[in-house]
Write a protein of this length. Structure first.
Length: 80
């Protein structure tokens, strides 16, 4: 379900880049919680994890237009 949402969102972004300027990764996470997680069986835990992630992780404040795999690699490395 998350993959389908991501594919649909990516397609909309590619068709209309005006959707993401000024938006951060935390904005995307919050939208995911509102639109996708509500339909999950484990919704409660999805929301708890994402809210904690958005508060504690630097990557959450990166603008979507600047977000790269490097950010995720760094995040993973910091967690080791």
């Amino acid at each position: 379900m998350a993959e389908k949402w991501a594919d649909e969102t990516e397609a909309r972004i590619l068709l209309s880049p005006k959707l993401i300027p000024g938006r951060t990764f935390v904005d995307a996470c919050e939208r995911y919680v509102e639109e996708v997680a509500v339909n999950h069986k484990g919704q409660r835990w999805d929301v708890i994890r994402l809210k904690r992630f958005c508060v504690e992780e630097d990557i959450a404040q990166v603008f979507l237009t600047k977000l790269t795999f490097r950010h995720f690699d760094q995040w993973v490395d910091e967690r080791k």
